[in-house]
Ligand binder design. Sequence first.
Ligand code: AMP
Ligand code: MG
Length: 401
Amino acid sequence: METGITLERALELIRLHTAPLPPVELAGNWLQDHVLAQDVIAPMDQPPFDRSPLDGYALRAEDSLGASPDHPVLLEVRETLCAGDWPQIPLNPGQCARIMTGAPIPPGADCVIRQEDTDRAHPRVGIFRALAPHENYCFAGEDFQNGSLLFPAGTRMDSVALGVLASAGLWETPLSAHPRPKVLLAGTGDELAQPGDTLRPGQIYNSNLPQLAARCRQLGLEAATAWWPDDPRAVAEALSESAGLFDCVITTGGVSVGDKDIFHQALPLADAQRLFWRVQLKPGTPLMFSLIQGKPVLSLSGNPFAAAATFELLGRSLLSALEGQPHWQPVRLSAPLATPFPKASGGRRFVRGVLRDGSISLPDGHSSGQLRSQVGCNCLVDIPAGSPALEAGTMVKAVLL
Ligand code: AMP
Ligand code: MG
């Protein structure tokens, strides 16, 4: 087991030991947010035909030479083409076709003039300006060409990708994609009352499980939740059983050095292969990563902000690796602080912040037990080890949530 490692090394170990889930065949809506396990080749040109990008007249550019509002060129209007029509008549010199956005450009025409640049008269229309060949002209295959690579394996099928898929006529075609992982979120802590319970003295409500489950739902994952007592044997048994039922287990609590930090005992009892403990970052330093029956188990510190931040920094990479995107990274950016950060940082520290209009404000309340101040935050500021207190205006790096 490695210990006291950098975040980057921890992510490398997670990637090294987390295989993508075996692909399944999915189509259409079922592909949403899934990562493709195959390349997808376009079976057609999109658009399938040359088409007009605007409402006007399709014509031969050479016919418009010298046209101006004072000296319009007169062209015979042969037919009207709306989107969905198919042109029947090739245009001869001196002819044009009335055409709407999305309609196929008729043979013989090589440009489209917008109707505002004509007198819109019928059956002979006056053209007010000269056009170059292929002006206002959309070529077949302008979006993608038959036989081209539409999506490489590893593409996550977001809403736009689904639109592209539909536009290629592949909506009903089964494609090989990695399933979304079945995730168990488990909390430990004898002090935890469940939502709805009345608090006994010394108790607090369990907030990590509802919060992380909601975060998983935002990411499109319906995670199961469980609470386990601070009892190494019970936790070991629950871990072994869960490893058989889920693709990964993410726990909170019990990983530090106190008497009730039972994962040090529970993991060996569950025959876990322990890969690391303690990562050089705050909050949530004592997090652990292990494999039980080959299944990844990420054990996060129980402090609510620590659990939330390390879920973002490590949990999401774990989920992405299972989903077939082992090299997924959050969006990183640099921006000036709008508010100071009053503490020096001996070690690397992640601080909640709000990125708005190009600068980052930090809320009051930075301790890892404080959760409310994270409401509305959309980034984690990455403060390097050895930083002094930071003044407003300091450029910082941040991870977008
Ligand atoms: P632990 O990581 O078990 O040492 O817990 C660290 C702190 O986080 C303690 O104050 C716990 O009471 C608190 N904590 C642990 N688990 C949860 C949870 N699920 N919800 C809210 N607070 C928790
Ligand atoms: Mg605890």
